[in-house]
Design a protein around this ligand. Structure first.
Ligand SMILES: C[S@@+](CC[C@H](N)C(=O)[O-])C[C@H]1O[C@@H](n2cnc3c(N)ncnc32)[C@H](O)[C@@H]1O
Length: 477
């Protein structure tokens, strides 16, 4: 730090502050910024530069509104500074102000038409706005002007995929990898794209190439494991998951996948961060994918509910409501308004668009049942308890929040070959728990709930085979 402070050149000091902030060395950056302030000439340029750096520091600390205010002040001093506009565009994007972000990015392009970074940023913001054709135009221009910048190519591939042109996106990423073979994020982006196309042999090929070139990160090994496991190559998948775990030992997503491969003892339930990562990334394709799998759970819940006398009138709680498919089939028969909860913001956004729920909350379901003391006539959990191991605790929480005569309908997955005889449940290779029927009954009894019905059904089809499960209806006496 002494060496850094020894410079009397404000430009050098400003670049040092920025380097420190970018490296996350906030504690070291703060006194340097204070020194820069003391050195400041008082000119608009000097004040605006200090404002921009303060905003960067505040944003790093998560103080986004204060960062926004600092940038507004800086831009008021230098309204035609493209760098400040780009910085505010990025900040606005972080704050989900997409319209503000696009306006700043467009201004940055107008102020300096040679600024390729501004063009690329405008493209990235346009992706967020859903303006894919314009985003592709901006990013194609940025790539043609600076072909070596792999980040521009990665963004272009994202825009192409969003526009529905997966082949173009794959080609863009392959070209980027050829130019920068050691960049692991490009390999991972390609593998993710191929996973979304469900082209598992191509994922494996891309993953093996990344491993060979020493360019696979934890996520890449996780995706390779996922593809191997999807093709029934369980022991190779386990090896790949182990590699992922070595690179990211604390990552909950990786840990859960590794547990599913049998290489780590299974946790009591899927970690919330894992669920959020999976379902945030899955939300837009979720319904299309489930339709292709012949997903039957919501319809089976409806049939089961209608086959019994109605519950007392009152509100309904949809645990892990996802995109709202359960809400959809209960909309005309529910005994009261439906509240949905889910850990995934993106899934909740899809639910909100259906306008069927009176309330939607982003929450982990056990925490919600602990903290929200409202009583419900009907609690539904469609394809959610497959993310829980033992069911006694969660059913006890459900029981405490049901009105007398209230019911809970849920499903579990069965898999004769994964749950060992005598075991209540087991984490399957598909990263979902499979339950033994006797455990479901035992957990219901532990929770003080009566089994009204328990029916074996096919839940969906995978690889041409029906996935067996139980549709369960419990009642509070
Ligand atoms: C397979 S989807 C099913 C969605 C919906 N119930 C349906 O049947 O279409 C599972 C949903 O449960 C959510 N979920 C899983 N575990 C959860 C938990 N512990 N708390 C809240 N939401 C959870 C996931 O985020 C995901 O949206």
């Amino acid at each position: 730090m002494t060496t850094l402070l020894a410079t009397a050149n404000p430009d050098t000091l400003a670049s040092r502050v920025q380097e420190m902030i970018d490296a996350g060395r906030i504690g070291a950056a703060r006194p340097l910024l204070a020194a820069l302030r003391r050195m400041g000439s008082g000119s608009d340029h000097s004040k605006a530069r200090i404002g921009g750096l303060s905003a960067r520091l505040l944003a790093r600390e998560g103080r986004l509104p204060e960062a926004g205010a600092a940038l507004d002040d800086a831009i008021a001093l230098l309204p035609e500074d493209g760098n400040l506009r780009k910085q505010r565009a990025e900040l606005r994007l972080q704050c989900d102000d997409k319209i503000g972000a696009v306006s700043d990015a467009a201004d940055a392009v107008i102020f300096d038409r040679t600024d390729v970074g501004a063009k690329a940023l405008l493209g990235i913001v346009l992706i967020e706005l859903g303006e894919y054709a314009d985003a592709i135009a901006c990013l194609t221009e940025a790539v043609s002007l600076q072909p070596q910048r792999s980040i521009f190519r990665q963004a272009l591939a994202q825009a192409q995929e969003c526009a529905g042109d997966r082949d173009a996106a794959t080609g863009t990423l392959r070209a980027a990898i050829a130019l920068a073979p050691s960049m692991a994020p490009l390999r991972t982006a390609l593998m993710l794209l191929l996973v979304r196309s469900r082209d598992f042999p191509a994922v494996i090929e891309a993953g093996e190439a990344a491993r060979h070139d020493g360019a696979a990160d934890a996520c890449g090994f996780g995706l390779l494991g996922h593809a191997l496991s999807s093709l029934g190559r369980g022991s190779e998948a386990a090896l790949s998951y182990r590699e992922a775990l070595k690179l990211a030992p604390e990552d909950p997503y990786v840990r859960h996948l590794v547990s599913a491969s049998g290489a780590l003892p299974a946790a009591e339930r899927a970690p919330t961060d894992y669920l959020r990562t999976v379902f945030d990334g899955y939300a837009e394709r979720f319904e299309l994918h489930l339709v292709s799998l012949g997903y039957r759970v919501p319809g089976l819940f409806r049939a089961e509910y209608l086959a019994h006398p109605p519950v007392p009138p009152g509100p309904v709680l949809d645990l892990g409501c996802g995109t709202g498919l359960v809400g959809l089939v209960f909309a005309d028969i529910a005994p009261g308004p439906i509240t949905g909860i889910d850990v995934s913001t993106s899934m909740l956004e899809q639910s909100a668009a259906k306008e069927l729920y009176s309330h939607l909350h982003e929450a982990e379901l056990e925490s919600f049942l602990d903290s929200n003391t409202q009583l419900w006539s009907l609690i539904l959990a469609g394809d959610v308890f497959c993310y829980f191991g033992l069911l006694g605790d969660v059913l006890t929480r459900v029981a405490l929040r049901l009105v007398p005569g209230g019911r809970c309908i849920f499903n579990v997955e069965l898999s004769a070959d994964t749950v060992q005889p005598g075991e209540p449940c087991q984490l399957g290779a598909n990263a979902r728990y499979h339950h033994a029927p006797w455990h479901v009954e035992q957990a219901a009894a532990q929770a003080g709930l009566t089994v009204r019905s328990i029916r074996r059904e096919g839940l969906r089809t995978e690889g041409g085979e029906s996935v067996p499960g139980l549709i369960v209806m419990l009642e509070r006496g």
